[in-house]
Design a protein around this ligand. Structure first.
Ligand code: TXA
Ligand code: MG
Length: 342
């Protein structure tokens, strides 16, 4: 298949492709999505095939108007309305009981549906112009880091989908916060730019899925997609935790060891600490004081490790105030939960 790359001011062509059951990758404020008509089961099957994604892992339905939410769910609870008012359009996905409109092929066989109203103008234009609600997972090959620029989508999906809309680099760089509203208390199934504290401020009570926090592999995350191995670079990634000076000393000792055995090692550090490391290539993920920068650079940097054939990566821990939970959730998955205490 020939994949066409489209400039983001030309929406008519990709909109028609979606309407006709084809697949288009498009930018959102979080990461690039791989879109198809959410009501068309054949389009959803194609999405799973292009990503190599297990078909029991449900897709997110993207809408451009709040009334579209009412079209596809059984009931809109008060918490959903409050959250929508506070964070839509934006990086938040709500899980609600579905009605018959969205087929089970799109929801991985579940009787709930994930819905998001993105703020990115191109995403909104594509939804409006196509006249469809757009089912879209992140536009990466299953298991790889989510794409934060069109070039990442090209790397993973060129030749497998009809079109890619190039809208430049994304703003946030981490996937949306997923909030399950089907239980008694709103539950975050995937941390993101909208934090647990943000949700609590709006709904009163809210909790984090215990499966996300636990290092015990027997406590399974509720969102199917959070159970799979994800984001991991080919090289082995290890997080070093502790007081800053101790971490720097420990990582320097570890990279020195790696150099002796001839392994290609790298360090993932912040702007504040990058020049404290020696003996290995240092990747500066951004300033600790500007956590948005760390969020935006994480997936790009994980992809770079593969391009440069890095065999061993030692990373600092990035527990920043607002989105630290989202950043560390992704980094821990990429590291397969390997942590060294300094
Ligand atoms: O920011 C985002 O959310 C991006 C952009 C493109 O919108 N999309 C995204 O989609 O990250 P994806 O498919 O990579 O991740 C969706 C996650 C998966 O972990 C999936 O298991 C979960 O949402 N999910 C979807 N529907 C669900 C449902 N009904 N119940 C529980 N989890 C659900
Ligand atoms: Mg994904």
């Amino acid at each position: 298949m020939n994949t066409i790359i489209i400039n983001d001011n030309n929406i008519a062509v990709p909109a028609r492709i979606i309407r006709e059951g084809g697949l288009v990758a498009f930018p959102t404020e979080t990461v690039y999505g791989l879109g198809g008509d959410a009501k068309n089961p054949e389009a959803s099957k194609k999405i799973y095939a292009a990503k190599g994604r297990p078909s029991d892992n449900p897709l997110i339905v993207h809408i451009a108007e709040i009334h579209q939410l009412y079209e596809i769910v059984e009931d809109v609870p008060e918490a959903a309305l409050k959250l929508a008012e506070a964070f839509w359009p934006g990086p938040m996905t709500l899980i609600l009981k579905k009605n018959e409109v969205i087929p089970k092929e799109t929801t991985g066989g579940l009787d709930t549906v994930a819905v998001r109203l993105p703020s990115h103008e191109t995403a909104q234009a594509l939804i409006r112009e196509s006249g469809c609600m757009i089912a879209a997972p992140s536009a990466n090959t299953s298991g790889r880091p989510s794409p934060t620029s069109a070039s990442h989508v090209v790397e993973d999906l060129e030749g497998k989908i009809d079109a890619i809309i190039d809208g430049g680099d994304v703003e946030i760089g981490l996937e949306s916060t997923i909030i399950d509203l089907t239980g008694d208390t709103p539950m975050i199934l995937r941390p993101g730019y909208v934090s647990l504290e943000d949700v609590k401020r709006v709904t009163g009570a809210a909790e984090m899925d215990p499966g996300i926090l636990s290092e015990n592999e027997n406590v399974r995350p509720k969102a199917p997609g959070m159970r799979y191995r994800h984001y991991a670079p080919k090289g082995s990634l290890i997080i070093v935790e502790g007081q800053q000076e101790a971490v720097i000393a420990k990582i320097n000792a570890l990279t020195e060891e790696a150099a002796k055995t001839g392994q290609r090692a790298a360090v993932l550090a912040t702007a504040e600490t990058a020049d404290r490391y020696r003996g290995a290539k240092v990747y500066n993920i951004g300033s600790f004081a500007r956590e948005d920068e760390i969020g935006r650079n994480l997936y790009r940097t994980l992809r770079t490790f593969d391009e440069e054939n890095i065999e061993l990566i030692y990373s600092e821990s990035f527990e920043t105030p607002h989105i630290g939970q989202a950043i560390m959730n992704r980094l821990l998955k990429a590291a397969g939960h390997r942590i060294i205490k300094a």
